[in-house]
Unconditional design. Sequence first.
Length: 242
Amino acid sequence: MAIYSTFLQRGYDQLIHDVAIQNLPVVFALDRAGLVGADGATHAGAYDIAYLRCIPNISVACPADENECRQLLSTAFAQNHPVAVRYPRGAGAGVAMQDGLDALPFGKGEIRRQGKGIAILAFGTLLYPALEAAQALGATVVNMRWAKPLDTDLLLQIARSHQALVTVEEGCRMGGAGSAVLEALQAATLEVPVLQLGLDDAFIEHGDPSRLLTMQGLDAAGIQASIARRFAPLLAPVARAA
């Protein structure tokens, strides 16, 4: 089922009662996940991670680019339960497209950049500004890929080997993927500082999507600035080395 993230909100009761309770193998291709620019607050897909991950049986994939979107749609199609794959409006990152429709491992992320001290956990297309920010900060970057189920093995590995974590998502911070990370860390009784970056608790009006992301502090410069403000003592050794 291909549907806007914001339109699925209007079928929430059907999603729960007609799909999730029966655990049917429905793939929800969630278009316009995140900010949409000209269509404004009525069409912004700000809430799908939060409103989906609380429903039993449903999984939520967050591809980082157009090639990974194809792969995760294939992964979703191979499952025997409902899976949502969220992707934004507009152009992709411009990565090369692989031949075929090979699936990716279900519920598994990957380390995209190895650094130290701070690890950025990116959910979706903000992986690329996160990588740019990490280059300046000497941080690790993890492409989490799945908001539900979280790759808890990878998460705990990263949490135990870094001094602080940063979650980045183009979705609401309240109840989103960053909240899922906090819940997982608490369940594992791991205490590590976490900075959650995402959309503010406000309706975001229409405008150029890249400008809106900048205003939300979710471009590379904004991510870098937020991390520097919160974790300045951890970054001091990196600055001296540079």
